[in-house]
Design a protein around this ligand. Structure first.
Ligand code: LHQ
Length: 262
C-alpha cells in the first residue's frame, strides 16, 4: 500500500527516504510516486531538514515502472504521455528543484525510470554490486525521467547513445570510472557512507547549496557570458546570507562554523 511503499525518517537534519516495494524490486506504481512526491514536498518545506538520503529496500534500488500496472497485454493503448507527466516528471522536478542536497545510495539494480531518478540526485553513490540499465528500449519505449537530458551530460553523447539504444547493464564500478556516479563502496558500507555524506551536507550552508544546485543546472544550457552574470548575481545573494556572516566570522576567529542554513 502507498503508506509503506515509501519509508520516511527524519533524524537530526537528514531526511532518509527508502523506496519500499522490495517484492517488485521497488518498481513504481502510481501510488508510490504520489507518496514520494508528498514526502519530497514535505522535505522542501521543513526548514529543519537540510539534506536527503534516498535508497531502496531489499536487493534493488528501483526497477522503474511497475510493469504489471501498465500491462499492455489487453491490447489497449494507454496514454503514457499523461502517465509520465503524473508519475515521473514531478519526481525529477522535485529532486532537481529541492533547495537541499540529495544523496542517492544505489543499493542494487537501478533500471528504467529508477536509474534516471538516481541520476537526477545531486551525489550518487552505489554498492559495488549495483548496476544501471536504461531498460526502456527493451520493451519498446523511450527513456524518460530525465534520462535523455542527464545522461549525455554525465557521460557524453557516445556513451549515452550506447546505453540508451542498447539497454545493457552497466556495473556500478564502471559507472564510477566513467564519471556517471560519484563513488562506489562495498554494499555493507553503503548506508553508512551515504548517511555520513548527507550528515556532512546537512551542516553546510544550505542556502548556498540551493544556489549551487541552480547554477549547475543552468550551466548545462547557458552560454559562458550568461553563466558569469548568474555567478555574480548569485554571489550577491549568498553574500547577503546569515551563513556567509557566520562562515567568514568563524574563519577569522579560527573556529568551526555553525551554519544555520539561512
Ligand atoms: C518487476 C519489475 C517491474 C514489475 C522486476 N515491474 N515487476 C514510463 C512510461 C509508462 C510505462 C512504462 O514505464 C515507464 C518508465 C519505465 O521505467 S520503463 C522500464 C520499466 N522497467 C523495466 O523494464 C525493468 C524490468 N525489470 C528487469 O529488467 C529486471 O527485473 C531487472 C534487470 C531490473 C532485475 O533482474 P533480476 O535481478 O534478474 O530480477 P527479476 O527480473 O527476477 O525480478 C525479481 C522480481 O521483481 C520478479 O518477480 P517474481 O514474482 O518473479 O519474483 C519480477 O517480475 C519483479 N520485477 N522489475 N519493473
Amino acid at each position: 500500500m502507498s503508506e509503506s511503499s515509501i519509508l520516511f525518517e527524519a533524524r537530526d537534519s537528514v531526511a532518509r527516504i527508502t523506496l519500499n516495494r522490495p517484492e517488485v524490486l521497488n518498481s513504481f506504481d502510481t501510488a508510490m510516486s504520489a507518496r514520494l512526491q508528498e514526502v519530497l514536498a514535505h522535505v522542501a518545506e521543513d526548514r529543519a531538514l537540510r539534506a536527503v538520503y534516498l535508497t531502496g529496500a531489499g536487493r534493488a534500488f528501483c526497477a522503474g515502472q511497475d510493469l504489471s500496472e501498465v500491462d499492455g497485454r489487453s491490447g489497449s493503448r494507454p496514454d503514457f504521455a499523461a502517465h509520465v507527466e503524473k508519475v515521473y516528471n514531478p519526481l525529477v522536478r522535485a529532486v532537481r528543484r529541492l533547495p537541499k542536497p540529495v544523496v542517492c545510495g544505489v543499493n542494487g539494480v537501478a533500471a528504467g525510470a529508477g536509474a534516471n531518478l538516481a541520476l537526477a540526485c545531486d551525489i550518487v553513490i552505489a554498492a559495488e554490486e549495483a548496476s544501471f540499465l536504461q531498460a526502456f528500449v527493451k520493451i519498446g519505449l523511450v527513456p524518460d525521467t530525465g534520462g535523455t537530458w542527464i545522461l549525455p551530460r554525465l557521460v557524453g553523447q557516445a556513451r549515452a547513445a550506447a546505453m540508451l539504444l542498447l539497454g545493457d547493464k552497466l556495473p556500478a564500478p564502471r559507472a564510477e570510472e566513467i564519471g556517471m556516479i560519484y563513488q562506489v563502496c562495498p554494499l555493507a558500507e553503503l548506508e553508512q557512507t551515504g548517511l555520513a555524506l548527507a550528515e556532512r551536507l546537512a551542516v553546510l550552508p544550505t542556502y548556498a547549496i540551493s544556489l549551487i544546485k541552480q547554477m549547475l543546472e543552468a550551466s548545462a544550457h547557458n552560454p559562458l557570458e550568461q553563466q558569469l552574470r548568474m555567478e555574480a548575481e548569485y554571489q550577491g545573494r549568498a553574500g547577503r546570507s546569515a551563513d556567509y556572516q557566520e562562515g567568514v566570522r568563524a574563519f577569522l576567529e579560527k573556529r568551526p562554523a555553525r551554519f544555520s542554513g539561512q
